[in-house]
Design a protein around this ligand. Structure first.
Ligand code: ZN
Length: 123
């Protein structure tokens, strides 16, 4: 199915085509603070249709995952996963017409993923 969506202010919009049969919640420190409810989308199916330059990148811990949010309204839009960079997690609450109430939600364990030791101040 084809989907489209946008951040809150509309600076960033996107489109993708995939089958969504579940949504994901992750309990890592970032996902739990942003209260993320996510849909899995293959990276090659996902396109930013407006506002690529409005996106800001946030990286933490291992730096492998790329978390993108709108630089104007601050809404989390999507991220490229650490576990599989070919897959994106897209903010399900930003997807037009996606009824998150009717889809099953799968809880994934992000909390116990290996944390990278904090870098020494001299690095
Ligand atoms: Zn925005």
């Amino acid at each position: 199915m084809k989907y489209s969506g946008a951040c809150h202010c509309g600076a960033v919009s996107f489109a993708f085509e995939t089958h969504i049969d579940e949504l994901i919640r992750c309990d890592c420190s970032l996902c739990s603070k942003r209260n993320a409810l996510m849909a899995t989308v293959p990276r090659e199916q996902f396109k930013i249709t407006r506002g690529e330059d409005a996106l800001r990148l946030y990286r933490w811990n291992s730096g492998v995952a790329h978390h993108y949010f709108c630089g104007t309204c601050g809404i989390y839009v999507y991220h490229q996963r650490r576990s599989n960079p070919a897959l994106l997690s897209v903010n399900a609450c930003c997807v037009d017409g996606l009824d998150s109430q009717v889809l099953p939600t799968r809880q994934v364990d992000g909390k116990s993923r290996t944390m990278v030791a904090a870098r020494a101040a001299t690095e």
